[in-house]
Each structure stands twice: as structure tokens, then as C-alpha cells.
Design a binder for this molecule. Sequence first.
Ligand code: FAD
Ligand code: DLZ
Ligand code: SF4
Length: 510
Amino acid sequence: PKTLRLILGDQLNSNHSWFKTVDESVTYVMMEIRSETDYAKHHIQKVVGIFSAMQNFKNDLLVNNHKVIYIHLNDNNNLQSFEKNIKHLISEHNFKHFEYQLPDEYRVDLDLKNLCKSISISSAAVDSEHFFTSRNELGDFFEGKKIYLMESFYRAMRKKHNVMMEGDKPLTGQWNYDGENRKKLPNNHKPIAPLVFNNDVSEIYNEITKTDVKTIGTIDAKNFVWPINRKQSLELLDFFAEECLQLFGSYQDAMTPNEWSLYHSRISFSMNVKMISPKEVIDRCIEEWQKRPNEIEFNQLEGFVRQIIGWREYMRGIYWNKMPEFASMNFFNNQEKLPNWFWTGKTKMNCMKDAINQSLNYAYAHHIQRLMITGNFALLAGIHPDEVDAWYLGIYIDAFEWVEITNTRGMSQFADGGIVGTKPYVSSASYIDKMSHYCGSCFYKKALKTGDKACPFNSLYWNFYDRNEDKLGKNPRIGMMYNVWRKMKPEDKTALLEQADYYLKNINEL
Ligand code: FAD
Ligand code: DLZ
Ligand code: SF4
């Protein structure tokens, strides 16, 4: 029978078994649509990056003699939703069977299930053949457990997929080398210049600007830096393995002004739209380590592999196990709005200015900037998790809900009350100064707790613990902080709380 197969914008997996043979009766459909450009206010580079990668994928399918219908954003017959376009195609071309790959987002999953119920032809969903784990694997693994410990999941993944193992023991005898990582960049250290691509994406950019699609951030459409096809994705992976892996773990948590990528892989976009698979990524890095064991220490490799077969798969599993409830969790009952400068970078806080500006300019910030700068601030300031999610889901080129919301609402905002993390990731200026070179040139003074020049992180930090004592006071991992707080002189406490209060009331002026 004539079959229609849907490929979503984040399902650009050329190794999928769908494409192994050319089948005359099969037509693929890809579509640029407003339901997807408008569910968040996306960064312009994210929309352009996805459309470019989609169009390149479509071209490759055509070269390989597959039949493809590609609906452009401004096509006259574009009905702007998956459902409407597919129903229209089915009736227009008389398809007898419909297939799709399991989507990664809950909303789209429901939409497609409902679509299948509402059409009269047969339908089927197949795996996207990308992840190490299936949707429910983590849920089954932790069945009956209250705490979903990432480390135990990670070890099980290493064993199951025989990654860096010697029999049933971890290679080198040690599972996790986190303790050896996390160094500050030395003062005179000039990090490697990132590999960027000078893609000319002006045509796609111009198409988007013809519409009223709302976006954020900037773009140089003649020199678009992100990989937009599989070849570039593999080049970026090679660059990482050859030039960055050897220092990845060491400087994984380091931050310094005006350096946007350091030793990070920036491979998340390529992986999340499935131009390359997590298996290819870790295999390439393990191979590089085997080639140059004297130059690449094992801890650098282990730290990287853990992010991918550990954290990335873990977050996917949490998502499918906890949605849809997860999306409305708000453990601290936070209600505030994000300050305006999250959208402009116009703040005197040097760390925030740098992290936000680079996010606006590159649609990228690395993990510690997301977690311990912008996320840390949002949590200390009591911002509503919906506001925080909307910002993260829009601004990053790698942001798709399954991995955005678990990181943002879960890991960063602790709105899940401790599913993903065991305690909230918050800090005062001392941690930021320990890991970065931001404080030295900041308007605010990292050592001051009160007064005009006091670093806002300091008073907000204590204010956070104070106002959430009923929720956190009994957490054994935070007990020590409460002991310090309780022992503080009453007048010092009052001064800190008044300072925090002042900053919160004037948050747009920070
Ligand atoms: P590297 O540092 O080079 O790490 C390699 C890979 O490991 C990444 O590409 C990613 O696939 C994986 N990885 C690392 N940490 C995580 C993690 N915590 N969860 C899942 N995978 C991880 N990642 C996204 O892909 N999309 C998001 O929308 C996203 N939102 C985030 C929001 C917040 C508040 C935080 C704290 C983290 C978020 N992350 C997200 C996780 C992480 O920050 C990014 O994956 C990473 O910064 C991407 O850059 P990279 O490829 O250079 O990563
Ligand atoms: C993020 C995104 C955007 C901006 N646009 C499209 C699009 O026009 N067409 C499409 O198929 N996919 C797009 N995407 C990615 C989807 O939102 C993504 O496939 C779902 O969120 C499922 O993960
Ligand atoms: Fe950030 Fe405070 Fe340091 Fe300024 S002093 S860079 S606001 S931590």
C-alpha cells in the first residue's frame, strides 16, 4: 500500500533502518510549521539551524532516490501543524498507511497518537533508533525506588553496553573520576579556538523573517557557526576528540569571560537532532583515547562518556517516567518573573552578563554557565519554573523539552523536590569566583554581603535558605548550611535579609 512516513525536525538519523532500502510505495514528509516555531520563543539560530539541517537531510534523501514531500514554512498549502498537513496529504495522495518515529516530546507524542486515532487508514510508530535506552528503561530500572541515583544507572549502562569495561569491572578499576576534574582555568591559559562552520544560511533566514515568527538572539546568517549536516557534525566530533578531549574533564566546570566554548564538544545540537548518535560520539572518543593513551588521561574520557551514556540517557528516562506531572512541579512554590535583562544581557553582574550575552550571540552556554550562573540566580531569586523553562527552551540551540525540562526544572531549579538531584544547586559568589574569572572585573564585589556594591549572589543565597527552611531544613545534605545560618548574629542576618529584599524588589536594575 502507499505509505506516508513522517520525519520530525529532530529525527535526522540517516542510519535509521527506514532508509536502508528504497521503496517505491513509500513517501517521506518533512515540514516546517508554525506549531513548532511558536511553542516557545526560540533563538533565531535554533530555528535556522533546524530548518537548514532538515533541508540538507531532505536533499540527501532525494539523492538516495527516496520520495520526499518537503513543506516549506511559507508554502501556500502549508496548514502549519503536523495533524492538518498529514490529513491533507493522506486525502490528496490517497495514502493507505501512515508511520512515524516515536517523538522525543510528550506533546508531540500525544498529538501523533491522537492523529492516528482520527484517521481511517492504518498506522504504526517505530523507534527512532538513536538512544541507548528505550523510553521506559530507566523507569523499569528504578522500579519501586524512591531515589533515582544517576550513578547506579550509569554503572548499569556501562555494563550493559560494555563501555570501558574489563569483564564486569570498570576499566582501571574506578567507575567515576569526577573528583579529579573541575579545575579553574589558569590565569595565563588561552583556551583553544572553537571550530566553527561558515555556513551561508541567508536564504532560510530570509524566509523566516518574512513571517511574524517571534525569535530571540542574534545571527550572522552568512557565517552560521553550527553544523547543519552529518558531515559537519562528524567534523565537529573529530575536532573535539583530537583537540579538546584531553582537557575536557579538567576544565569542564571552568568559566572565563568572552570564551564561549572552552573544551566542550558543542555536539548536543548534532546529537539532539540525531545527525549523529550517542554511540558514534562515545566510540569516536574511546578510539582516540586508545590511540593516544599517553596524551589523553582516562579521567578526561570517563568524564565525557558519563555525560552521554549517563546524564543524557538518564534525563530521557526521567522525562518519560515523570511526564506530564513533571511539567507543573514547583516544589518551592516560586512565583516571580524573570528580570528583563535575561533577554538583553544588560546587567552589571559580570557573570550573568557574560553567560546571557553569549547565549544571545551563540545560542549556547556550557553546563556550568547554565547551572551555576543563570540557573543559580533564577532559583535564588524565586523565579517561577514556567518562566525559567520558557527561557531555557527557547534560547539554546540544543533545547528540546525532554532534555531541557529535566535539566531546568529538575536539576537546576529543584522544582521536582529532589527526583533528579539530591539538593538544590545554589551558591554565593565564592563558588563562582572559585570556578571563573568573572568577579575581578565586576561592578559588584564578591566579598561584600551588604551595601551598594555587594554581590547579589551573597545575600540572595542566605535569603533562599532562610525562606525555604521548612522545605530544606531537614535535608541531611544541607544541614551544615543551616547550622552556619542559625549561628549567625541576629543583626548580620537581618542585614543580609534586608539586602536580599532590596535586590529582589529592584531586580530589573541589577
Ligand atoms: P559537553 O559538555 O561537551 O558534554 C557532552 C554531551 O553530554 C552533551 O552534548 C550532552 O549531550 C551530554 N550532557 C552533558 N550534560 C548533560 C545533562 N545534564 N543532561 C543531558 N545531557 C548532558 N542539554 C541539552 O542537550 N539540551 C538542553 O536543552 C539542555 N538544557 C539545560 C538546561 C540547564 C538549566 C542545564 C543546567 C543543563 C542543560 N543541558 C541541556 C545539559 C548541558 O548543559 C548541555 O547538554 C551541554 O551544555 C551541551 O553542550 P556540549 O555539547 O558542549 O556539552
Ligand atoms: C524545534 C523545531 C522547530 C523550531 N521547528 C520545527 C519544524 O518546523 N518542523 C519540525 O518537524 N520540527 C521542528 N522542530 C523540532 C520539533 O519541535 C521536535 O521534533 C519536537 O519537539 C519533538 O521532539
Ligand atoms: Fe557574579 Fe558576584 Fe562575581 Fe559579579 S561579584 S561576577 S555578580 S559572582
